[in-house]
Design a binder for this molecule. Structure first.
Ligand SMILES: C[S@@+](CC[C@H](N)C(=O)[O-])C[C@H]1O[C@@H](n2cnc3c(N)ncnc32)[C@H](O)[C@@H]1O
Ligand SMILES: Nc1c(NC[C@H](O)[C@H](O)[C@H](O)CO)[nH]c(=O)[nH]c1=O
Ligand SMILES: N[C@@H](Cc1ccc(O)cc1)C(=O)O
Ligand code: SF4
Length: 459
């Protein structure tokens, strides 16, 4: 049954209305012309001239995107041997789509409440990454809550300790907490084990890492790069339109702030991904405007290696629990999101299909709707799982090769920046990984499989 939508009620200035026609927009997409926001709205809605998604028109959009993918990047499907290591769930930003966070006061020493979350010290992060590097991974993705004790580095810590109003800058000293996350630079350098690629520090985290100072984002990212940061995850983007952010994440960095931080990361020579988190309160006009902001950013920087559509996982989130939304995107909307991203973002080579969000079967389908990257092994997942997603936390190279070969495409192991690639022959197991400092072709196993291997038999 449809749940009633509450009053906050979502009357938006931007609505999916255009002077364009679906057929014109599709013709432009097929010809490779640069699409406008109106064109994208027509493709997302399969025509604003009719209600709902028209299946036949949708299939034509997906075909155009699949065709563009083949022209632009060929038949290879890439993936990476990586680990997610999130440092802390402590966060007070209060995004209404998020259930990853735990209220920061539950982590304090003198509280009666037992926290449901976690914080890792830099030494703990290092151990987790070192163990995964031994298993063959070579990238660590690390995104975290904005723990009030986190500082960029020792100098930032001193400034925060001397700040006249620490509360105003969301700071409490590490002594107040059971476990201290240390500083961002300590965490980044701890995770750079044996040259593992560190993919971390979203614009929202970079904002936290300069709070209470007059440092530029360039200054922050430069220090992080010196500590071992390699690339930046373009999450925290959500929908880059203020009227949507006002509803789903009023406490978060603004659209302009996000763009400024990303441009600064690019200016100091860091590569990055970009994302959209869709399927909640936004409409097709917002999705199209978001794509335009990403395309303009890439025109200025050229440093975005891939675009990752993140389908909103609704089950355990405040937006769903408070009846602001009645669910996430439909399968048709998911497919159109991938396809229109491919057609609109003519300056970004790779579109990722996230199996964490879509599952294996639908993730695989996305590879024929415009996507050409199939994410990574990740070994651990907290954000989607806590939101109620149930598609698991690990894909082995054997799974990847089997799935990709089953749709007649070519499995390719890649580095995070796509600079290094290894084409895998599905007839030549074991499949690896092979690109990491300790990756020798031994298959990555689930922890259970690994334990079963090293535990001697009882009898
Ligand atoms: C959980 S945050 C962690 C990093 C940092 N706190 C930040 O906001 O950038 C990372 C991203 O996860 C995504 N995310 C969070 N909750 C989600 C949900 N319920 N469904 C889909 N994506 C979600 C959002 O795009 C968010 O920016
Ligand atoms: N799409 C999701 C990712 N993507 C991260 C990738 O695996 C990889 O780090 C990136 O391609 C850079 O090389 N990670 C998640 O945890 N959840 C996702 O939905
Ligand atoms: N997709 C991001 C990383 C990420 C995405 C979603 C998550 O839930 C967590 C992390 C990137 O590749 O840059
Ligand atoms: S999305 Fe990030 S900033 Fe927002 S509440 Fe979740 S962890 Fe905090």
């Amino acid at each position: 049954m449809e749940r009633p939508v509450t009053e906050a009620d979502l009357t938006f200035d931007h609505v999916p209305e255009t002077d364009q026609s679906f057929e014109n927009a599709l013709a432009k997409a097929r010809d490779g012309d640069r699409l406008t926001v109106d064109d994208a709205i027509e493709l997302f809605t399969t025509g604003t001239d009719s209600e709902g998604i028209d299946r036949k028109r949708k299939d034509r959009v997906l075909q155009a995107a699949d065709h563009r993918r083949a022209e632009q990047v060929g038949e290879e499907v890439t993936f990476v041997a990586n680990l997610n290591n999130n440092v802390t769930t402590a966060c007070n930003v209060g995004c209404l789509f998020c259930n990853f966070k735990d209220a920061a006061h539950t982590f304090e020493r003198d509280t009666e409440i037992e926290t449901a979350g976690f914080t890792k010290t830099p030494a703990e992060s290092r151990e987790i990454v070192a163990d995964a590097v031994d298993r063959g991974i070579y990238e660590v993705t690390s995104v975290s809550g904005l723990h009030p004790a986190f500082a960029l580095d020792d100098e930032h810590r001193e400034l925060l300790d001397e700040h006249p109003n620490p509360k105003a800058v969301n700071y409490k000293p590490p002594e107040r907490y059971d476990t201290s996350p240390g500083t961002y630079t300590e965490q980044v350098s701890a995770m750079s084990v044996d040259g593992a690629h560190v993919h971390s520090m979203t614009p929202e985290e970079a904002y936290h890492a300069r709070r209470g100072t007059d440092w530029s984002y360039e200054e922050v990212y430069r220090r992080l790069k010196d500590a071992g940061l390699d690339t930046v995850p373009g999450t925290a983007a959500e929908i880059l339109v203020e009227e949507v952010r006002d509803v789903i994440c009023p406490g978060k960095i603004s659209t302009d702030g996000w763009l400024e931080a990303m441009e600064a990361a690019a200016n100091v020579g860091l590569g990055m991904t970009a994302t959209i988190m869709y399927g909640h309160v936004e409409n097709e006009a917002h999705r199209a405007m978001h794509l335009q902001r990403i395309r303009e950013l890439q025109d200025r920087t050229g440093t975005i290696t891939e675009f990752v559509p993140l389908s909103f996982i609704h089950q355990n989130t405040p937006l769903f629990e408070h009846d602001v939304v009645s669910g996430g995107a439909s399968r048709h909307e998911d497919e159109l999101m991938i396809a229109v991203s491919r057609l609109f973002l003519d300056n970004i080579d790779h579109i990722q299909a996230s199996w964490v969000k879509y599952g294996d079967e639908q993730g695989l389908k996305m590879l024929s709707c415009g996507a050409d990257d199939y994410m990574g092994t990740i070994l651990s997942e907290e954000i989607t799982k806590r939101a109620g997603g149930g598609y698991g936390e690990f894909r082995s190279f054997a799974d990847y090769v089997e799935m990709i070969a089953s749709i007649g495409r070519v499995p390719v192991e890649r580095s995070t920046d796509y600079e290094t690639r290894r084409v895998i022959d599905p007839d030549e197991p074991p499949f690896g990984p092979r690109l990491g400092p300790k990756a020798d072709g031994t298959p990555l196993l689930t922890l259970e499989e690994r334990d079963a291997r090293v535990t001697p038999a009882d009898d």
